[in-house]
Design a protein around this ligand. Structure first.
Ligand code: PLP
Length: 389
């Protein structure tokens, strides 16, 4: 299978870098794109996108899905559709890519950040409960690096307080929680198909839900606020859409839909390959004093969007990253402590998330890693972490 790596530039005599993330593309994606180009329908809302929505909803166990330009768009439409407006408070898992908090702000509401569990880094239900005020309207949980949050507890809290619950499943396509698929664990869920995710079309996203009104409103708002001309009834001649609400252009192109449809077919194999890498890392890296390995809880499955080490406090992460990169091994932070990002001006306190933000180091994780590359990374991590301690 042909593969197209991200960020492999000229490296002279040095060994090829081991990428942090890398998509797995082959002839199937090329054939799917060729068919779309031949068809002439390359913009959004075409038959390939519609078919993808049906198949993605089936994967998620929901009645419907909406294909979108990215997950941030899905979060924005999800927050609006579930009901958040100016002055409302929405409780957001703190340890996340800040698209989650941004979406709340896009709707004019205020994100209130809740701290996360120290073991799997998803929102701590007790912190959610403690953050509820009379102004709270909803909760956004994040499936951290592809592992679902505590939805049983979160649904119970949401139900008791009359709040909605949104699942940020950006990294979690194919994950499960207590036997149910990610995407079906809350009132609605949002996915990303960005290049570092388990399935990708470069940039892309989806909104899933069992709520037909929510999906229909999102479908209208993702297309400037008009009904699709083809959906309008009662027109006997030339259908002319009416702009009766301010929407956005959040459509997924048919080209992207073709790529992500081919990726969806491969999802089980891609998850299995990542699981194999995680298993090898666990064998090769266990027992070190200088870092802890990521955990997967018995009642849920992660899809290993990232493989993140929690470094001991004495480890100099910057030094470690410099040394790994010098050996051609890419690495990065885990994700962000949202409450520390100046854009929010937050006074919330989330000490666990703040600590993870400083101590997490993501090492290469993707479905194309060979056993030999995994061994190279593990050996380098063990050597470099000693120098950095
Ligand atoms: C948890 C989380 N939410 C939202 C996003 C935003 O996704 P997108 O880039 O598709 O808008 C990301 C992207 O990394 C993410 O990790």
């Amino acid at each position: 299978m042909r593969q197209y790596a991200l960020g492999n530039h000229a490296w002279g005599d040095r060994p090829e870098p081991i990428n942090l993330g890398q998509p797995t593309f082959g002839e199937e994606e090329l054939a799917a794109v060729a068919a779309v180009l031949d068809s002439g329908w390359v913009a959004g809302q075409g038959p390939v996108g519609r078919a993808f929505e049906q198949r993605f909803a089936r994967l998620c166990g929901t009645t419907a899905a909406l294909a979108l330009s990215n997950c941030t768009a899905a979060l924005h439409l999800g927050v609006i559709g579930l009901g958040a407006a100016k002055g409302d408070e929405v409780i957001v898992a703190d340890y996340t890519f800040p698209a989650t908090g941004h979406a709340v702000r896009f709707a004019g509401a205020e994100p209130v950040f809740a701290d996360v569990r120290p073991d799997i880094w998803t929102v701590d239900p007790a912190a959610v409960e403690a953050a509820i005020t009379p102004g709270t309207v909803g909760i956004i949980a994040v499936d951290a690096f592809g592992q679902p949050a505590d939805y049983r507890e979160l649904r119970e809290i949401a139900g008791r307080h009359g709040l909605w619950l949104l699942e940020d499943a950006a990294c979690a396509a194919g994950a499960t929680y207590q036997g149910r698929p990610a995407g079906s664990l809350a009132d609605a869920a949002c996915f990303s198909f960005h290049g570092r995710k388990g399935i990708t079309c470069g940039e892309g996203g989806a909104l899933t839900s069992d709520n037909p009104e929510l999906l229909e409103r999102a479908r209208k708002l993702h297309f400037f606020g008009i009904e699709s001309a083809f959906n309008r009834t009662g027109s006997t001649d030339l259908p002319v859409p009416v702009f009766d609400e301010l929407g956005w252009n959040y459509k997924m192109s048919e080209i992207a839909a073709a790529v992500v449809s081919a990726q969806l077919e491969k999802l089980p194999a891609l998850v299995a390959a990542r699981r194999h890498v995680a298993g090898r890392y666990a064998e090769l890296l266990s027992g070190a004093d200088e870092f802890a390995l990521p955990a997967e809880l018995p009642d849920r499955t992660t899809v290993w969007q990232s493989y993140v080490l929690t470094l001991a406090p004495q480890v100099d992460r910057g030094h470690m990253a410099t040394e790994l990169r010098a050996r051609g091994i890419q690495c990065t932070i885990g994700t962000y402590a949202s409450h520390l990002q100046p854009v929010y001006g937050s006074r919330d306190e989330c000490p666990v998330s703040a600590d993870l933000f400083r101590r997490h180091l993501a090492i290469p994780m993707h479905a194309n890693l060979t056993d030999s590359q995994v061994e190279t990374v593990a050996k380098a991590v063990r050597e470099v972490v000693r120098q950095a301690s």
